[in-house]
Design a protein around this ligand. Structure first.
Ligand SMILES: *Cc1c(COP(=O)(O)O)cnc(C)c1O
Length: 382
């Protein structure tokens, strides 16, 4: 079954550089915090955290990755042919709105699928009953995240039921933390205790063929006791975490995003610049126009505040960010010229246009900044 359509073009003027060695170093750094036998699941949902899912898979599969986790069956199908022996875990629980073809595809391709309801179990069994395929399922247990897990009592019933269904195999049990990146880990530890209680009630820790997993990047860094059989690492692999002070290991940002200056414009003192006249030149001003705007998820709230790097200096956005254009103040940067590429997102943690800085400015987390990278920008793998 194919879900793919090709309705995307490439913007050759917007360059997302992907640094293979940084990704592989981050993978090693993450692994160095885990026991050698702990499996590593690289989370690559949301187009590989915006970087480009196929590029990320092709790089990480040359390192020590046991699973790739995606959000949904579409992403799984999109990368399945790249993987060889490496398994795919689909994080969105299977539900009855899946087509039976999608369920069959999951079983045929050996995808591991989350499951959170009895109804879904029965649905999967019905879809597969005329085949000899067996679907690997992971029960997602609610321990305090309050999203899509199933509570412990019902999870126990699922464990039992799966064992009676010929086309299903219990391959994993997991949970997810809601506060593992916070300084105060009391609630995360409370979740961990709930999870451990469930595991021991079902004697799951003794089951060698059931993978127990709980930790995202933050829990991987902060709560070693939460590693179990596998860690599910996303943001740290790309070189970022929620707060730089979480960093216990040396991570390298794996991406830089650049666009060219397409016009240099000279504005006389007093001239209003951009929509809404939110900026007036307070001196004779040289503006550099770059072809990126809120249509590329370069948010409008960066108007008059964010910076881009021009050469090795920083230039501030002046006026409103518009749909496809942004203007930088390069009055003090006489070398700025048309055709020169400027850095929109830097691969330097200290930079004024680092992912941390942009996340802070947009009142969000690194995940959202990365996931917002424009899909149509050219990817260049180094
Ligand atoms: C996205 C996600 C992760 C990875 O989180 P990071 O903070 O990026 O490491 C792990 N587990 C689940 C269930 C997720 O949805």
């Amino acid at each position: 079954m194919q879900f793919q359509t090709s309705n995307q073009y490439t913007r050759y003027d917007q360059k997302v550089h992907i640094y293979s060695q940084a990704l592989l170093n981050n993978l090693k750094a993450v692994r160095s915090l885990c026991k050698p036998e702990t499996k590593l699941c690289a989370v690559i949902k949301a187009n590989g955290y915006g970087h480009g899912i196929r590029e990320i898979v092709n790089i990480l599969k040359t390192g020590q990755v046991d699973f790739f986790a995606v959000a949904n069956v579409y992403e799984a199908a999109f990368i399945a042919d790249l993987l060889g022996e490496i398994k795919i875990l689909i994080l969105e629980p299977i539900h009855t709105a899946y087509t039976s073809d999608a369920v069959k595809l999951c079983a045929q391709k050996g995808f591991h699928c989350a499951i959170v309801s009895n109804q879904a179990l029965q649905f999967v069994q019905d879809c597969l009953k005329d085949t000899t395929d067996v679907l690997n399922v992971h029960i997602k247990v609610e321990t305090g995240m309050g999203r899509c897990g199933i509570d412990a009592k019902k999870a126990a019933q699922l464990v039992k039921k799966i064992r009676t269904l010929s086309n299903l195999r219990l391959a994993g049990v997991y949970t997810h933390f809601s506060t593992a990146a916070e300084k105060n880990l009391t609630y995360a530890v409370h979740q961990l205790e709930n999870f451990k209680k469930f595991l021991s009630s079902q004697s799951l820790l003794a089951c060698k063929d059931v993978i127990i997993h709980a930790a995202n990047s933050a829990a991987m860094l902060n709560i070693p006791e939460a590693h179990f059989d596998m860690v599910r690492c996303g943001i740290a692999l790309y070189g970022w975490v929620e707060h730089p002070d979480l960093l216990k290991i040396n991570l390298q940002p794996a991406m830089k995003f650049e666009v060219p200056i397409v016009q240099i414009n000279h504005f006389k003192k007093g001239q209003p610049i951009g929509y809404g006249r939110t900026f007036s030149a307070w001196r004779d001003t040289v503006g550099a126009i770059v072809p990126i705007g809120y249509a590329d998820n370069y948010w409008r709230l960066y108007s008059n505040s964010a910076f881009m790097k021009v050469g090795d200096k920083f230039a501030q956005v002046i006026g409103r960010v518009s749909m496809d254009k942004t203007i930088l103040d390069v009055t003090d940067l006489p070398d700025a010229e048309v055709g020169q590429f400027v850095t929109v997102i830097d691969n330097d943690i200290q930079s004024q246009c680092s992912v941390y800085r942009q996340a802070e400015m947009a009142d969000t987390i690194c995940h959202e900044i990365l996931a917002s990278l424009p899909a149509r920008a050219l990817r260049i793998v180094h």
